[in-house]
Design a protein. Sequence first.
Length: 371
Amino acid sequence: MAHTTQIKRINRNEIYRFIYENDGVSQQEIALKLSLSMPTVNQNLSVLRQLGLIGESGTFESTGGRKAKVIRCVPDARIALGLDITANHISLVAIDMKASVLQYSRIRHRFADSLFYYNTLGKFIESFVDRNHLQRDKILGLGICLPAIVAQDQKTITYAKAVPVPRDLYQKLQPHIPFPMLLFNDANSGGFAESWNMEREESLVYLSLSNSVGGAIVHNNRLYTGTNQKSCEFGHVTLIPGGKPCYCGKKGCLNAYCSASLLSDMTEGKMQRFFTYVKEGREPYSSAFRQYMEYLAIAVHNLRMHYDCDIVLGGYVGAYMGDYLEEFREMVRRRDPFEEKEPYIFCCRYKFETAAIGAALYYIDTFIRSI
């Protein structure tokens, strides 16, 4: 009996994934592509309809018989929330089953380990849900990301200096949040978002260039987080021995040379304004960005030598690198002893709140796997 139940579940998941990955399919196509009988397909489609996960939208052109109905997944059948906590801001996104951002909000609020802060955060979430008319029974959960190392239980902070969150942050937040929630490292979340649902078998390095520098490695379509959940802390790789001080207390870390705040602080925290000035050729902004890219080129070259895979530039700076990508590739290429011709440096798919999207995607991904 258990074996039969498992087979039924596998079939249902395969059917849903096929519908999810193809924009409009017929019942006959599902049966043919998945080598399943029509009764099996019919039975599972009925269950998926009852769950509200699929629907019908029109018919295909007739091939001589009865017109086949077009079956599609329902993107907003379920919703997930992602919250990004930084030193000075709180960002919140709502995404659907297709990882499309339905709603987004960002407020300036300095982090403090206080009841007032946690109350404010809870009210912010409640207001966001109500204001945007999100159906609570569709919300799978809330992923909370932040620049900290999170234990494997996704509830315990083991290291946090960029934002001084307490070890028991989860317990302090719990009374203020009415949804299932888990904690995530922001760079890991960003890497997960960039790699999620991509048709690629190769590994990927994600370099998060935000106010703290971090990263993620995706291997075999899964995040590699290391033995102690500390992998890819690229921001604390030594770039210049004995160099500039880093917030971690050491000197010469990549974070001290490639933090996004080094650029945005020149324009009162406005990154878009900084890049507008760079595009206009204004000084000292152009020189500062050139120096930034020189340091970044060293880091990216080293990552390529270590991992020999594609590298995606993300975070606050990565969102603006598109206009400078060819120039930056050439800067890295000059350091490459192998004279590689094919590009391996790319800009992020998501141009804003990638980490929050990735934290929310955990719930979407888990739900799809459970169907």
